[in-house]
Design a binder for this molecule. Structure first.
Ligand code: INI
Length: 152
């Protein structure tokens, strides 16, 4: 049998950037708290964690592209809430496409931690109001992927 390759969950040597959207800031702050909690509990050094605020989810890919040059992983956090506007489809779609493109182009894990929900209540539930903070989950993926990429 060949090798089994896995990324470990030790963040001790990782330099991580977290991009956070100010739009729906209450939700974003919950996601950010979850991501920071996860990284620190997995050994990340505070001096190796940088947080970058952007106006909205639409702006995240451009900033991720810049940051991917200098970090082991980039975590993208925000919330796009459907409401009654078609804006939702454009903002969420472009954010998702842009993040995937930056990750593939750079070879750096760029993690999609952007909630797409029908309403604010659902977004808050996933940002710490109920168990299962998606910011924490995004940070777990970042740690595992960054270490996996180093292994391969
Ligand atoms: N940005 C978000 O992060 N979430 C949203 O729900 C949202 N909505 O609904 O419009 C949103 N719009 C702003 C967008 O991300 C840009 O900041 C703006 O269009 C300027 O480019």
């Amino acid at each position: 049998m060949g090798k089994i390759i896995e990324g470990n969950l030790d963040a001790g040597k990782l330099k991580v950037a977290i991009i956070v959207s100010r739009f729906n800031e209450l939700v974003s702050k919950g996601l950010l708290g979850g991501a920071e909690d996860c990284l620190k509990r997995h050994g990340a050094k505070e001096s190796n964690l940088d947080v970058v605020w952007v106006p909205g989810a639409y702006e995240i890919p451009l900033v991720a592209k810049k940051l991917a040059k200098d970090y082991d992983a980039v975590i993208c956090l925000g919330a796009v809430i459907r409401g009654a506007t078609p804006h939702f489809e454009y903002v969420a779609g472009e954010a998702a496409k842009g993040i995937a493109k930056v990750s593939l182009d750079s070879g750096v894990p760029v993690i999609f931690g952007i909630l797409t929900t029908d309403n604010l209540e659902q977004a808050l539930e996933r940002a710490g109001a109920k168990p299962g903070n998606k910011g924490f989950a995004a940070a777990m993926s970042a740690i595992e992927l960054a270490n996996l990429i180093k292994e391969i």
